[in-house]
Design a protein around this ligand. Structure first.
Ligand SMILES: Nc1ncnc2c1ncn2[C@@H]1O[C@H](COP(=O)(O)OP(=O)(O)O)[C@@H](O)[C@H]1O
Ligand SMILES: [Mg+2]
Length: 348
């Protein structure tokens, strides 16, 4: 089980390609949280450094209402990097096992998802792992996208597992290209497909067959279950294996989903990221107070941390902790070497 000062692990909730997720009780403030900890067998300096880097990226994303809040991060008592986040009972990959989303829900989730991804793309950050298990509802029913950029922590190792290939773009699966904004858009397409059908577009479990179907764009494009043609067209365009035909920017798919919502007379879903570097325009009816971004240069934005966010001091602390773990490892290796030499000298 996981041992972290200030937290009591209650049970393991799930496990992914590189991390385990636990339901924990945080002591201060007292609340239930989900703690994601890198698996011990995955621990290498590379992973540790990248993890710290990813936490920095996460901090840049500000307080978007549809991006999972990371409350805290650090190292467990046995050196596993962890991050504590909001605990969500309803994860969409589980929700759709019981009931697929109807058209109104699908559009609402799709627009909120695109809005969150748009913020990160505008900030130069790719998600790389958009899929139903990274989408969940907060206790107030707000859609949240989790694991921003975290897939990058393990990069090659991660993509070598078949697990997330189901959602990955053909050019990434065939390794013709690195992940791009358009590969994130492809994963939005596969995710929407799954949310309205209850299964991912590619049924094959065999890795080779799966790869071949993804690369050749062989999935059932008809999608039954009463999904309007306009939505099917959006999904098929997002999932087009040809990147020249696929949506180029997430704002394009967002706008298309909004158009369908309007055409069906459904209430508009609020969006928050229209003008990232200026004053965001907010669609919809109710008011939302957007975090105050102090603009430095176009590429470097400062943001004001809220109490639930990671501060620069905290990130520094995390870097120092990572440094300490490295030093401890070096000392242990040194001691083992000395012991071996000493034992050798005694024996011979
Ligand atoms: N914040 C959270 N609240 C509740 N459950 C979560 C949370 N984050 C992850 N989970 C659960 O833990 C499982 C494993 O998560 P993860 O390690 O991110 O792998 P993956 O996203 O590939 O499933 C998820 O499938 C989900 O069911
Ligand atoms: Mg996840």
């Amino acid at each position: 089980m996981l041992t972290i000062a200030g937290y009591t692990a209650i049970r393991k909730i799930g496990t992914g390609g590189f991390a385990d997720v636990y339901l924990c009780r945080q002591e201060n403030p007292s609340r239930m949280v989900a703690v994601k900890a890198i698996k011990s067998e995955m621990l290498q300096d590379k992973v540790l450094n990248l993890f710290v880097k990813e936490i920095k990226l996460l901090a840049q994303l500000g307080d978007h209402p549809h991006i999972m809040k990371v409350y805290d991060s650090g190292l467990s008592l046995n050196g596993r990097p962890y991050c504590a986040m909001e605990y969500c009972e309803r994860v969409l990959s589980n929700v759709i096992k019981r009931q697929v989303l109807d058209t109104a829900q699908l559009l609402d989730v799709g627009i909120s998802l695109c809005d969150a991804v748009k913020l990160s793309h505008d900030a130069g950050i790719l998600h790389r792992d958009i899929k139903p298990s990274n989408l969940m509802y907060s206790s107030y029913g707000q859609l949240l996208l989790s694991d921003f950029g975290i897939a990058r922590v393990l990069d090659d190792d991660y993509f070598s597992t078949a697990m997330s290939k189901h959602w990955s773009a053909p050019e990434v699966v065939s390794r013709k290209s690195e992940a791009t904004k358009q590969s994130d858009i492809y994963s939005i397409g596969t995710t929407l497909y799954a949310l309205c059908t209850g299964h991912n577009p590619f049924a094959e479990d065999d890795t080779r067959k799966l790869q071949s179907s993804i690369i050749n764009g062989k999935y059932d494009k008809t999608i039954t279950s009463g999904i309007p043609v306009s939505i099917r067209n959006i999904i098929n365009k997002a999932m087009n294996k040809n990147i020249d035909i696929r949506y180029k920017a997430v704002s394009e798919i967002l706008e298309d989903l909004q158009k369908v919502q309007v055409s069906l007379g459904l209430p508009p879903t609020k969006t928050y990221t229209d003008d990232l570097y200026g004053h965001p325009q907010i669609h919809g009816t109710s008011e939302y107070s957007f975090p105050d971004y102090s603009v430095g240069t176009n590429t470097q934005r400062d943001y004001k941390t809220s109490s639930s966010r990671l501060s620069t001091a905290h990130i520094q602390e995390l870097e120092e902790q990572a440094e300490q773990v490295k030093k401890q490892k070096a000392i242990i290796v040194g001691l083992v070497v000395l012991l071996v030499i000493f034992t050798g000298a005694l024996l011979f």
